[in-house]
Design a protein around this ligand. Structure first.
Ligand code: ZN
Length: 232
């Protein structure tokens, strides 16, 4: 199925925390950027302010560190644009305000394909991952029609239709992309999140095993798997 998938000119990933995109889909994005020059935007909903075990580190310091790390990780695979919404880590709620923010980012950056967390993933225990997925999908639906958040449509901003969505972190994949040519870039991107993965022994080997194991279903040497939804 992935063979028939047309690589988009523009893609966006909408996700809860710095690093979610790199675990979820940076191998696929890296290969699209390298082979087709896809323009990629990251929309990072929280700044990962709670991602530390060090009692001396403040949420503000963590926010600065993790935004910097996410930018470095994206730049390592050729991502061009970064939007940080700055919400509080661990405290995301599914609100109309957040839906509107995501809708605006989609209208501004006009992706053909959106990646986001799978909000239906069974036993997804992290509330931010569920809310990010809902907000990504709800934002896609809101962005496409002019009567949703009509106050946004000033100064040339127009509604925008996203026709394809790929959900990562899914337990029900229906599409796999070969990342054997980009798995090294995915690992390099993940390593940019030093505050999260720095010092983890055997990390690269685990990531390689994960990609290999994901690909084994479809006899691919290394893969990322997604739930693919085409929107009419
Ligand atoms: Zn996360």
């Amino acid at each position: 199925m992935a063979d028939a998938f047309e690589i988009p000119k523009r893609a966006m990933a909408i996700f809860a925390h710095p690093d979610d995109v790199d675990f979820g889909c940076s191998g696929t994005l890296a290969s699209w950027i390298a082979t087709a020059g896809t323009h990629v935007t990251y929309c990072v909903i929280t700044s990962g302010q709670k991602g530390t075990h060090d009692p001396k580190t403040t949420p503000e310091q963590m926010s600065e560190t993790r935004q910097r790390e996410q930018r470095a990780a994206g730049e390592a695979i050729g991502v061009k644009e970064f939007v940080f919404l700055g919400h509080q880590d661990g405290e995301l709620e599914r609100t109309m305000d957040l839906r509107g923010e995501v809708c605006r980012v989609i209208r501004e950056h006009r992706p053909d394909v959106v990646f986001t967390n799978d909000p239906w993933s069974h036993y997804q225990v992290h509330p931010d991952h569920r809310v990010a997925g809902w907000s990504g999908l709800d934002g896609v639906i809101a962005a496409r029609d002019h009567l949703f958040f009509p106050e946004q449509l000033t100064n040339g901003l127009r509604h925008h239709r996203v026709s394809r969505v790929l959900l990562f972190g899914t337990r029900d994949p229906n599409i796999w992309f070969d990342i054997s040519s980009s798995v090294d870039k995915k690992i390099a991107a993940l390593r940019a999140h030093k505050s999260q993965v720095g010092g983890r022994r055997g990390f690269a080997e685990r990531m390689r095993w994960w990609a290999k194991n994901t690909g084994s279903t479809w006899k691919l040497p290394a893969a990322e798997a997604f739930r693919y939804i085409e929107l009419a």
